[in-house]
Design a binder for this molecule. Structure first.
Ligand SMILES: NC(=O)c1ccc[n+]([C@@H]2O[C@H](COP(=O)([O-])OP(=O)(O)OC[C@H]3O[C@@H](n4cnc5c(N)ncnc54)[C@H](OP(=O)(O)O)[C@@H]3O)[C@@H](O)[C@H]2O)c1
Length: 259
């Protein structure tokens, strides 16, 4: 199968490309880095020629409300139009668990707009809702920082490894279109403030982490289950402990090689 991965050079995309290739598929990454720009349409028709499936794991370079909305609306419209011309049979997109209930967030409103375009496109599709990636936790901490404090709503949090996200997206892409959403989360639940506290402590980051139910997450007020998937969701394999060990091992590798 020829599978084009929009955003195939990013955190999730590069792992999806690798996994699909390991399973014998023709996986083609498409992003500005490879000469494909979904905002301008440059290189898109060419990349989609003969494609059976398109996976969209791209992300907006800016998370500012208007910029991110423009990114997902323009990019998704261009991708879907190009897919129609190329006769693509399955569009797969990665979105966020809780997208339907977090409309206060400008970023999430952009993901809602992306999903609406997909649902109304007439192209068979699958939307994967994933929880927050372990890799994204430092960026979350920065977003929640006020002065020298990180103010975090102490709600349930079920983070997962990018590795597990990529595995799920890859599997869904080679299966039949779901014409709906599937959810995937990490294997463990934590308190959001606990994870941020642990992540900062591990990096010896001096910012104080304060549990604050009113703190907004990318613009949205959260309730207990806003960020966690429903019962029956798929569950990744990589626990926090495994992730921390893998990260430490990867960090030690270049030093070992240089010895
Ligand atoms: N972070 C989380 O915790 C979380 C949770 C659930 C879902 N998600 C979703 O996961 C998806 C992927 O996130 P990620 O962290 O893997 O993203 P990422 O590492 O930032 O990668 C973004 C990708 O998008 C590409 N891109 C940017 N502008 C483009 C354009 N104009 N045309 C084509 N490609 C473009 C980039 O290409 P270049 O490398 O060439 O710039 C890169 O390959 C996002 O849609 C996000 O909403 C994230």
């Amino acid at each position: 199968m020829k599978i084009v991965i929009i955003g195939g050079t990013g955190l999730i995309g590069s792992k999806v490309v690798q996994k699909l290739r390991e399973h014998g598929h023709e996986a083609v990454p498409a992003s500005p880095d490879t000469g494909v720009n979904t905002l301008t349409g440059e290189g898109l028709a060419e990349a989609l020629k003969g494609a059976d499936v398109v996976i969209d794991v791209s992300n907006s370079p800016s998370f500012e409300d208007a910029a991110v909305l423009k990114f997902f609306q323009t990019s998704t419209s261009n991708i879907l139009a190009a897919e129609k011309k190329a006769g693509v049979r399955h569009h797969v997109a990665l979105s966020v668990v809780g997208t339907e209930r977090l409309s206060e967030s400008g970023y999430i409103r952009a993901k809602q707009a992306q999903e609406k375009l997909i649902r109304e496109s007439g192209i068979p599709y699958s939307i994967v809702h994933a929880t927050q990636f372990f890799e994204f936790v430092p960026r979350i901490a920065d977003d929640l920082t006020v002065g020298t404090e990180v103010r975090v709503p102490p709600v349930l949090f079920q983070p997962m490894a990018a590795e597990d996200v990529a595995k799920t997206v890859g599997k869904v892409s080679v299966g039949p279109p779901l014409n709906g959403v599937i959810e995937v989360g990490g294997p463990e639940q934590f308190r959001f403030d606990e994870i941020i506290r642990r992540a900062l402590a591990a990096r010896k980051d001096p910012r104080a982490v304060i549990a604050d139910p009113k703190a907004r997450y990318f613009g949205a007020t959260l309730s207990e289950r806003s960020l966690v998937p429903d019962e029956g969701a798929r569950v990744g394999e990589v626990t926090l402990e495994m992730y921390v060990k893998q990260k430490a091992a990867a960090a030690a590798q270049p030093a070992a090689a240089g010895r």
